[in-house]
Structures are given as structure tokens and as C-alpha cells.
Design a protein around this ligand. Sequence first.
Ligand SMILES: [Mg+2]
Length: 236
Amino acid sequence: MVDPATIKYLALDADDTLWMNEPIFVRTQDACRDIIGKYVSNPKEMDSKLYEYEKKNLRLFGYGIKGFLLSMIETVVELSDGKVSGIEIQQIIDLGKEMLEHPVHLLETVEKSVKTLSEHFVLMVITKGDLFDQENKLARSGIADYFQIVEVVSEKNEVTYCNLLKRHNIPAQQFLMVGNSLKSDVLPVLQAGGHAIHIPYHTTWELEKVSEHKLADYTYTELGRMSELVDFFGIQ
Ligand SMILES: [Mg+2]
């Protein structure tokens, strides 16, 4: 168990930790399923095909909305045997544009908690995804000024965290990462020698899931919401 008094650098994940994200993807996927509906007998098969494309395309497109959009288009082209119309492709592109322009909805207790935490720690955002989109969301969130360090990375693994700590001259034992993803925000941070707190979100992207046994040897804390982090540190 981490001693809260040792932590000087507090890093927060962004998507589904600071603001709502995954439900926007789920809603868009629902809308795309409606478009493909007339080409397939079971529109639900789109989900597994899309997942295959997302997984395969990560290497080329990285994380984020634009890669998701291209994967949706590839899925629809394949499932319709190439019959999907230009107008329907345009509808899918428009769905992606709506995602990029979606208002930033901060999660419950985030705004007040982040303000309080910024008075006690070097506060950081560490998020993966599309640089332009993530910077844009942070700028629109209204809480950007509370963060001293913002890092948009292409992947969150042990190497990423080690490099990041080294670059900012942060001793791992003074570093604590908070996020909704066990795979990206918890496991690799513990492997890098830092501390982690998991704040689960009600829905998790398939590619962010990690089997429990992988975490069995590691110690981390789980909290319900951001305000509990303020309580965890005994500050106000
Ligand atoms: Mg997240």
C-alpha cells in the first residue's frame, strides 16, 4: 500500500477518468450499425468485425477517433461486399466529425477535486490518443490550467512510463498514476516502479481489458470517484 505522504507527482489519465469518452464511441458504433443494417442479416456481427479492424489498425493509426473512423469504414466495406454507397461512407465520416466536436463532459467531482489536488501536487495529465484531439479536449475542458505537465503518448506501457519519469526527472516512488484502465494506467506504472490508483468507469473498451491474474502480484488501490482521491491524501 502506498504511503500518501511520499507522493509528489500525481498523474491523471484523461478519457473516462477526467471526462466521459467511451459512451461517445458506443453511441457512434450504434449509429454505424444502423447504416450497415440493410447489407447484413445480423447487424451485431459488425461489432466483432470492427474490433478485429481496430486491433489490426492500431499499429498504423494509433489510438483515437480518426483511427476508429477508418476502421468503421473498412468494416462496412467488407460486410457489404463493397456495396456500401458513397453517401453512406459520408454519413460515417460525419459521425466521426461529430465525435471530434462533442462537448467535453467532466465526470462527477472532477473539477473541484483537480483544483484541490493541484494545490498539493505537481499535477500531470498522461493520455494516449490523437495529439490534436486530446490537446483540443483539454483546452475545452476548463481545467487545463491546473496541470503543470501534459503528455499525449502513443502507447501507455512500462517503457513509456520509464521514459517519461526519466525525462521529467521524477523518482518512480514519488509518482502516482490515476486512471480507469488497468491495462494502461495501473499495470505498466507498477511495472515501472511507480504507484497507481484505479478509478473504474462503468464501461471499458474491449482493447483496454486485462485479465485479473496479470494483476495478482501487484498492489494498487481502487477508488470510486475523483473526490475519494482527495480523501485518500487527507487534504481539502
Ligand atoms: Mg482512460
